[in-house]
Design a protein. Structure first.
Length: 151
């Protein structure tokens, strides 16, 4: 058999092996210990996003991180609101970040009663522009942060 055919056959076998390995990794969900580790890493990266955000003294910020083992992605929700809880809520912002890339995926904001929002995730299909996009963006944030263990 000519060398070029042997090399071609060897390349085909190698590519088949690589494709099989990739399929196994993509289709099999992470093990419990891997999920635990990934959730811990997600929390650490969420803290970095929280620490990197600057707000004024009249505001309060918090973050929640969520790892989704089905999609192997994790999200960080940064919430900013007025610090004085004895007064009416004048400002509330919910920012959703891709925890691995730091990319902002969505924002939903209420400022002095005015609502607006936007989903930056290119794979998302906008459903409604009600309340300046707030309803849609808020729904997206809730969906991405939903804990699959509680459903």
């Amino acid at each position: 058999m000519p060398r070029s055919k042997i090399a071609g056959l060897a390349m085909l076998v190698l590519l088949s092996f690589i494709a099989e390995c990739l399929a196994d990794n993509l289709l099999s969900p992470p093990k419990a210990t891997e999920v635990f580790h990934l959730r811990s890493e997600c929390a650490k990266l969420g803290e970095k996003i929280l620490d990197a955000s600057f707000i004024g003294p009249a505001l309060y910020k918090s973050q929640i991180s969520h790892y989704n083992p089905q999609t192997n992605r994790f999200y960080v929700e940064l919430t900013v609101q007025n610090a004085d809880t004895t007064k009416p809520l004048l400002y509330l912002s919910r920012y959703l970040y891709d925890g691995q890339t730091g990319e902002m995926l969505a924002v939903a904001q209420i400022k002095e009663g005015e609502k607006w929002g936007i989903v930056y995730d290119q794979s998302y299909q906008t459903r409604t522009l009600a309340n300046g996009g707030w309803d849609d963006a808020n729904r997206y944030v809730i969906a991405m942060m939903a804990d699959e263990r509680k459903q």
